[in-house]
Design a binder for this molecule. Structure first.
Ligand code: 5RP
Length: 255
């Protein structure tokens, strides 16, 4: 249970039943082992990345890490890191980041990712693209054969005439049986509730595919060519390391 894992480096023991949150924490703690004093560190967003931010703050308090500068990937992470006393900055002041640590919604065998089901894809992509190393932390439920086949592929769009952009996206992926839905704040989603608004004041259109979308890079580039689109949640050729925690232990890919 989580109590065993609170502030010390957790370990996977066969006698304890680990929750999914324990696994997230194990992956996060493992990734933080790569953080060294003096680094500029991209701080991810979500329930997995949250554990990494906690851990960095803990090591700073203990004096085991010094002179870290955190670059938060969302307002939420900014708030968390601020409350924990992690010194913060931004990409304008630190255009090169040593290491970013963040979760993902899906990871394929080539380390292509789907991100943004938490809604922070734009800032995450800006910061993680500017990182020399990008460590992705997941529990094993996030591993997939093909990204985009298992749930929403988020696209951040400008609010102006979002229906036009939503329809353009759906038409673009007609060949893959795409359904494009505006993300709402209401439970269960749909277009009836209020639109979910990103940290950048934009909306999210979630794409659901019935069939394979084919070449991911080509699909991503085609999305970006649509006027009205700001960014998409496919993170291709960005992750340098994936830390996966499962019932049988934690492993690094590539090992
Ligand atoms: C937010 C993200 C998150 O990293 C992703 O949604 C994973 O979140 P969690 O760790 O809570 O499962 O991309 O935009």
């Amino acid at each position: 249970g989580s109590d065993n894992l609170s502030n010390d480096a957790p370990s996977v023991s066969s006698s304890v039943v680990l929750t999914q949150d324990d696994l997230k924490k194990i992956a996060a703690f493992k990734a933080v082992e790569f953080v060294q004093s003096g680094m500029v560190v991209g701080l991810g967003t979500g329930s997995t990345a949250k554990h990494a931010v906690d851990r960095i703050a803990h090591l700073l308090r203990q004096g085991k890490l010094k002179n870290i500068i955190g670059i938060p990937t969302s307002k939420k992470t900014h708030q968390q890191a601020l409350s924990l006393g992690i010194p913060l900055s931004d990409l304008d002041s630190h255009p090169t980041i040593d290491l970013s640590i963040d979760g993902a919604d899906e990871v394929d065998p080539d380390f292509n990712l789907v991100k943004g089901r938490g809604g922070s894809l734009l800032r995450e992509k800006m910061i993680e693209s500017a990182s020399k190393k990008f460590i992705v932390i997941v529990d094993e439920t996030k591993l997939v054969k093909h990204v985009g086949a298992n749930g929403a592929m988020p696209v951040e769009v400008v609010p102006f005439c979002w229906k036009f952009t939503q329809e353009s996206l759906q038409k673009l992926f007609d060949y893959a049986g795409c359904e494009a839905k505006l993300r709402s704040t209401s439970v269960g989603g749909g277009e009836k509730g209020e639109a979910f608004v990103t940290d950048n004041g934009n909306y999210i259109v979630d794409l659901f595919f019935k069939r394979d979308i084919g070449d991911l890079k080509a699909a991503g580039d085609a999305i970006l060519r649509l006027a009205g689109v700001v960014e998409h949640g496919m993170f291709i050729d960005m992750a340098t390391t994936v830390v996966v925690a499962g019932e049988h232990g934690v492993r690094l890919m590539p090992d």
